[in-house]
Design a protein around this ligand. Structure first.
Ligand SMILES: [Zn+2]
Length: 329
């Protein structure tokens, strides 16, 4: 049986169990944190509050414990460069709560890259990713289990293309699966898949994250036609698509036989430094995010999908079999 790397060591893929494929224990810019450690990160509660490192840790433990209580055994933690990836932090949370945390390597950027990468090519970037997969992350022996890249509103810019090609080459070299943040409103998905195809990636290893931000079934089926997985992974982020439309889309895709291609998750960030507290509060009050948490899928989504006809087998496929198949590909 293939093994999957977690922050507490490799496990048998059979031990993954119920898995949330896209949840962030922390999300903040590492450069801001290094330069102005006093500035704090913001916890997404109502109202959002600024927290110090210890507060961020306690919040992550609380979120992790809440999903463990609901039977979740594993989260894939796609925090990469520019999200303040911190595998020691994840390991502490995992050890305290028993939640298995699967770490990644990669770069989360919509365009900007540091000068370091201006004079280094895709292969040099891929070398760094391969290092994390084969040697370990941030000086630890914790190995990355998947690769992360992103394309958003600016589209697939030259820098974004460079990251995608580097991620693709690292996947070809190591066999590691890929999670690509996408933006359906900008139709980034097809171009992202095209880049992976050009680089010779096995598309069965590719997950196009945030595909659930649209209910355009033609767009979604165009992606599925390529053989990739899709993330129905932003439950609670009403600003991109309300929960009712997310559920209707998943239900329609289940009826069309796509249970084996979908992941249900929330893309929840336990702490997020993007917004000053007053802006975060306005966003909450405006309904941009509603009941956004690491437990929304279990508390509200699964019961609703069941009422709409989802079978136990389909649920098992999405929450257990797909994560196992994608991560152990
Ligand atoms: Zn995310």
């Amino acid at each position: 049986m293939p093994t999957v790397h977690t922050v507490t060591g490799p496990i048998d893929a059979e031990e993954l169990g119920t898995t949330l494929i896209h949840e962030h224990l922390i999300f903040r810019d590492e450069a801001v944190l290094a330069e102005w450690p006093h500035a704090g990160t913001v916890k997404e509660v109502e109202p959002p509050v600024a927290v110090d490192e210890d507060g961020a840790y306690r919040a992550a433990v609380e979120a992790a414990a809440a999903v463990v209580e609901r039977g979740v055994r594993t989260i894939a933690e796609p925090t990469a460069m520019f999200g303040g990836r911190d595998v020691r932090f994840s390991r502490r949370v995992s050890e305290e709560t028993g939640l298995q945390v699967v770490p990644c390597t990669g770069i989360y950027t919509y365009d900007y890259l540091p000068p370091y990468f201006m004079f280094r090519d895709e292969d040099a970037m891929a070398d760094l990713f391969v290092h994390d997969i084969e040697q370990g992350i941030q000086g630890t022996d914790i190995k990355a289990a998947f690769l992360k890249c992103a394309a958003d509103e600016p589209g697939v810019t030259p820098n974004v293309e460079k990251v995608h090609r580097a991620v693709a080459r690292a996947s070809v070299r190591t066999g590691a699966p890929i999670m690509a943040h996408s933006r359906p409103a900008s139709e980034t998905g097809p171009r992202q898949v095209e880049l992976f195809e050009e680089e010779g990636v096995d598309l069965a290893k590719v997950q196009i994250a945030h595909t659930g931000d649209t209910d355009d079934l033609d767009y979604i089926e165009r992606l599925l036609g390529k053989g990739v997985y899709i993330g129905m992974d932003r439950y609670g982020l009403e600003i991109f698509l309300p929960i009712e439309r997310r559920n209707a889309t998943v239900t329609a895709l289940l009826e069309r036989g796509y249970a084996d291609r979908m992941f249900l998750s929330q893309d929840f960030c336990v702490t997020l430094d993007w917004y000053p507290p007053e802006v975060g509060r306005q966003l909450m009050e405006s309904g941009a995010a509603k009941d956004w948490s690491m437990t929304l899928v279990h508390d509200q989504v699964i019961p609703t999908l069941r009422e709409s006809g989802m079978t136990d087998e389909q649920l098992q496929t999405m929450m257990v079999e797909n994560p196992k198949r994608w991560l152990a590909a």
